[in-house]
Design a protein around this ligand. Structure first.
Ligand code: ZN
Length: 233
């Protein structure tokens, strides 16, 4: 076999790259996978996409949208739903998502006793682990409401508290356009709040992926050490 067939000339490679770039959105059989098509050539930074309040009957559709667009995210699950839908916790892991703790019943933790906070957090750790989601390292208090008691109990279970930098307002009936625009405000290291259940959020996923890729940003994991979005480990 001649080397010419194995190693195309540099100019051919460049031309092929141009063609592939132009056609990335339409080719499927021989070109990039959707995940590769959505990813920028290089990651100039990372953002943390987060989805709260699952797993639910909506989780499969959300995971499909994320996978089809080459995105990974952190899923802040409620313990009661992890216990009720363990297969969806495993599906989150299989889809490449990071599984995290969002309390067991979604109460206002700042109005609860230390023993109640402890129960909310510890039962969720157990439910997620029993479902096959591993032992979470990240915790988001419901409504972003926290205090010294909540922080200390989270720390007792090895959890880093994560709030958010950008609120998509998807919980407040934000439009798909508004959710896409919120993601467009993310800068390197930042985290956006979204939810497992809104249809508008699922509809926003392809445009969120395109917007991030156009800005050289990739979907990353949230570092338990810094609480910032970083390259996946
Ligand atoms: Zn929530």
């Amino acid at each position: 076999m001649g080397t010419g067939t194995r190693h195309p000339s540099r100019s051919l490679v460049v031309r092929l790259a141009v063609v592939a770039t132009a056609a990335a959105g339409t080719l499927s059989a021989h070109a990039a996978t959707p995940a590769q098509a959505a990813a920028p050539a290089a990651c100039n930074g990372y953002v943390g996409l987060t989805f709260d309040d699952g797993p639910s009957g909506s989780t499969s559709a959300l995971l499909d949208a994320l996978k089809q667009n080459g995105l990974r995210a952190t899923m802040f699950n409620e313990g009661q739903y992890a216990a009720a839908n363990p297969s969806q916790v495993r599906a989150q892991v299989t889809a490449g998502m990071w599984v995290a703790n969002h309390s067991y019943t979604h109460p206002h933790l700042t109005q609860q006793s230390q023993a109640q906070v402890d129960s909310e957090i510890s039962r969720t750790q157990t439910a997620i682990a029993n479902a096959g989601g591993g032992t979470p390292k990240l915790f988001r208090p419901p409504y972003g409401e926290t205090n010294a008691t909540v922080k200390s109990v989270a720390a007792k279970y090895g959890l880093t508290q994560i709030i958010w930098d950008v609120d998509s307002q998807d919980w407040n009936n934000a439009s798909t356009d508004a959710i896409v625009q919120a993601a467009g405000r993310l800068t390197n290291g930042q985290i956006i709040l979204m939810h497992d259940w809104p249809a508008n959020t699922r509809a926003a996923i392809p445009r969120i992926a395109q917007g991030l890729a156009g800005r050289g940003l990739c979907a990353g994991m949230i570092s338990p050490q810094t609480g910032r979005a970083v390259a996946p480990a």
